[in-house]
Design a protein around this ligand. Structure first.
Ligand SMILES: Cc1cc2nc3c(=O)[nH]c(=O)nc-3n(C[C@H](O)[C@H](O)[C@H](O)COP(=O)(O)OP(=O)(O)OC[C@H]3O[C@@H](n4cnc5c(N)ncnc54)[C@H](O)[C@@H]3O)c2cc1C
Length: 454
């Protein structure tokens, strides 16, 4: 019997990794990407756009057996550097001393995974092939190629790995019993740049994720290996201040100078960039099912577009691939079982990280600059140090504990929140927090009152 064939629409990081998974299980894989090949065209124009990859993402690559070569080119960020409006600088470690999240070039990791996919004997890649239609009964897909020519590709199965605005997902809207919701965050974003020093070094501390939290809005900066920082300004679409209200140069210049005084001196033409850029929206998409007729599936952002405030979108997409990798073996290549098992295992976790990511905007933009919140973090870290088997802070569960599913992290986090609200209400907590009685009270609440397992 000849090997079953898969088509994948979308050669982003998740589609490329999926091609590797399927090829290593003996399938023939055709990977179709709508854009030109970035390795030939340099569409990134030398500018690095970076994301934070955490243990969950690296662990998923490891489970699949993909070499994390790009980790050597990535920059560990051990802590948040919080920039106050008065120019003050405070630090919050992400976890234990050696725990970091990693600033990775999104383009580089995509290209690395494409290289690895193409090295697999069963994989063929096709660029400038844009999916425009799907037959959900047969998995046949229509692609638009050069000019307006269309080609129909028949294969046994199809995956839509075509990102947050997935065409495969949009075409599935017409299928019976397909549930769909999309909601916009109030914020949009633009990207800005901090150039390197003349000697190629970084102008801000390199091993930190920098945040300028201003409650309703914030600026963040992630380091690149070339000495630059990619910055993202998250600001409301409308209201005051917003992309809608800041329309003249003078006000924009005043906004930067008054809100981000230390960053304004470092940013490359922030006012020009602000005036020229079309802000990108942030939205969440929830859908179910993620598979149709056991022939067509959704994966990565196509199945679960989330907001970037936990830095988990790509991590979650890599985890989808790692789970699918395991399910192919567990179900002995029976796709009638694999598709339902995949969507039932992943959906609760995708919903949980979507919820956590939405909530984390408040932590990043507001609470990270709040003294009581910082104290709470210190108390949690102290308790974790004393009782690692009883308590792992929520951020660490999501970021550094791939063995804890997102859904479990969300529910344990809610219990922890209730405990910490009680602890933070204890009279004199600001001065007494290092005393044993605080640890004893937390212990009693965990063991008797709430009974968390971690
Ligand atoms: C501002 C921002 C910051 C982020 N920061 C982080 C972070 O710190 N950590 C993290 O883990 N994640 C982060 N993310 C999320 C991360 O970028 C995504 O989760 C990840 O890129 C999803 O990968 P994907 O392959 O599923 O989709 P994509 O990366 O969107 O790739 C989809 C691919 O499909 C192609 N395509 C689209 N339509 C078609 C079509 N019709 N036919 C053929 N091909 C098509 C596209 O060209 C693209 O190459 C961030 C996202 C944003 C917007």
């Amino acid at each position: 019997m000849s090997a079953k064939e898969f088509s994948i629409a979308g050669g982003g990081p998740v589609g490329s990794l999926l091609a590797i998974v399927l090829a290593r299980h003996g399938y023939q894989v055709d990977l179709f990407e709508g854009r030109p090949d970035s390795r030939q065209t340099n569409i990134y124009q030398g500018r690095s756009i970076n994301i934070a990859l955490s243990d969950r993402g690296w662990h998923s690559l490891d489970r699949i057996g993909v070499s994390p070569v790009v980790k050597d080119e990535s920059i560990p960020m051990f802590r948040r550097a919080i920039h106050g409006k008065d120019g003050s600088l405070t630090y919050q470690p992400y976890g234990k001393e050696d725990q970091a999240i990693w600033s990775v070039s999104r383009g580089r990791i995509n290209e690395h995974l494409l290289d690895l996919a193409e090295a697999e004997p069963g994989v063929q890649t096709f660029f400038e092939h844009k999916l425009v239609d799907v037959d959900f009964e047969t998995a046949a897909a229509t692609f638009q190629v050069a000019g307006d020519t269309e080609v129909v590709i028949k294969s046994d199965f199809l995956f839509g790995a075509d990102g947050a605005k997935s065409k495969v997902r949009r075409l599935a809207h017409d299928l019976p019993r397909f549930s769909y919701s999309q909601s916009y965050m109030p914020q949009c974003y633009i990207e800005l740049n901090i150039p390197a020093n003349a000697d190629g070094s970084h102008q801000l501390e390199k091993n930190a994720l920098h945040i300028w939290p201003r409650k309703q809005f914030m600026l963040i900066a992630l380091p690149n290996p070339d000495g630059t920082f990619t910055c993202t300004l998250f600001l409301n679409h409308s209201g005051e201040p917003s992309f809608e209200s800041l329309i003249d140069r003078k006000n924009v210049a005043h906004f930067f100078k008054s809100e981000f005084p230390d960053a304004t001196d470092l940013l490359e033409s922030p006012v020009d960039t602000f005036m020229a850029r079309e802000p990108a929206p942030l939205f969440l998409v929830h859908v179910f099912p993620w598979s149709f007729n056991n022939k067509v599936g959704l994966i990565g952002d196509a199945a679960h577009a989330i907001v970037p405030f936990y830095g988990q979108g790509m991590n979650c997409g890599f985890e989808d691939c790692a789970e699918l990798n395991a399910l192919i073996d567990e179900n002995d290549h029976n796709w009638g079982s694999i598709f339902p098992a995949y969507e039932n295992r992943r959906k609760p976790n995708a919903d949980a990280i979507a919820e956590l990511s939405k909530r984390n905007f408040v932590e990043m933009s507001d609470l990270s600059g709040d003294a009581m919140f910082q104290l709470r973090k210190k108390i949690e870290a102290k308790f974790h140090e004393a009782h690692p088997d009883l308590w792992t802070p929520l951020y660490s569960m999501v970021t550094f504990s791939p063995e804890v599913p997102y859904a479990k992290a969300l529910s344990l986090g809610e219990t922890q929140n209730a405990i910490m609200e009680r602890i933070m209400r204890m009279p004199g907590i600001e001065n007494d927090w290092q005393e044993q009685k605080i640890m004893d009270e937390m212990y009693a609440l965990v063991v008797n009152g709430f009974g968390t397992e971690l």
